[in-house]
Design a protein around this ligand. Structure first.
Ligand code: FE2
Length: 206
C-alpha cells in the first residue's frame, strides 16, 4: 500500500520550511533596512535644502540600527555559530559606516564632500543589507535562537535609544539584559551567549 501524506502533515512541513518571522529580530532589522532604503530614494529625489534633513534622519536610523545589531543581535548569533566570520565582516563594515555617520552628523548639506559621503554611505549600507539578508539572517533563522524574544529585547532597547517607546518597553529592556534567548532552555549555550555578549561589550568599550 502506498503511504500518502495528510494535508496536516504537509502544512506542518511547509511551516517548518518557512518559519514565522513576524515580530522577530530579523523581521525588525529587515524593516529598518527598508526604511533606510526609502530615505536613500528620498535623498535622490530631493533638492539641496531637504537633503540635509534627510541625511540627519538617515544618520539617526542607522545609528540606532547599528547599536541594536552590535549590542544584541550579533553577540547572540555569534554564540550560536561555529564560524563567526560573516558576523565579524558585518561588524567591520559597521566601523566604516559609523565613521561616515559621525562625519555626516556634523555637516550641513552645502558642505564640501557632503554629497560624496552620503553616496559612499549608501554603497556601504546596500552591501550590508545584501550580506545580512542573503546570508546572516537565514543563518540566524536556522539556529536555535529565539528570534521573537530577541526581537522584543531589541524593541525595548530601540525605545530606550530613541526615547519613543512606552515606559513598559524601557522597563522590559532593563529587566531582560543578559537573559538567554534560545528556543530551548538549558545547555551550555546560555553561558556561551552571555560570554559573547560580554565580549561584545568589552570590544565596544576598548
Ligand atoms: Fe542591518
Amino acid at each position: 500500500m502506498t503511504k500518502r501524506n495528510s494535508p496536516g502533515m504537509i502544512s506542518r512541513i511547509v511551516a517548518r520550511l518557512t518559519p514565522d518571522t513576524e515580530g522577530s529580530a530579523t523581521a525588525m532589522l529587515k524593516s529598518d533596512h527598508r526604511k533606510v532604503e526609502d530615505l536613500f530614494a528620498e535623498f535622490d529625489d530631493a533638492g539641496a535644502r531637504q537633503r540635509g534633513r534627510i541625511a540627519s534622519r538617515t544618520v539617526e536610523e542607522l545609528a540606532v540600527h547599528a547599536t541594536l545589531e552590535e549590542e544584541i543581535f550579533y553577540p547572540a548569533l555569534e554564540a550560536e555559530l561555529e564560524d563567526v566570520r560573516p558576523v565579524e565582516c558585518a561588524e567591520e563594515e559597521h566601523g566604516l559606516m559609523k565613521k561616515l555617520l559621525e562625519e555626516l552628523a556634523g555637516m550641513t548639506s552645502g558642505a564640501p564632500h557632503f554629497e560624496a559621503k552620503y553616496q559612499v554611505l549608501k554603497e556601504i549600507v546596500r552591501h550590508h543589507v545584501r550580506e545580512e539578508e542573503a546570508q546572516i539572517f537565514p543563518t540566524a533563522e536556522a539556529t536555535e535562537l529565539d528570534l521573537k524574544a530577541l526581537g522584543e529585547q531589541m524593541q525595548s532597547r530601540k525605545a530606550e535609544l530613541t526615547g519613543r517607546g512606552t515606559r513598559e518597553q524601557r522597563r522590559e529592556h532593563r529587566s531582560s539584559r543578559g537573559a538567554p534567548k534560545r528556543k530551548t532552555g538549558g545547555g551550555s549555550s546560555g553561558g556561551k551567549q552571555r560570554a559573547a555578549v560580554a565580549r561584545g561589550k568589552a570590544k565596544r568599550q576598548g
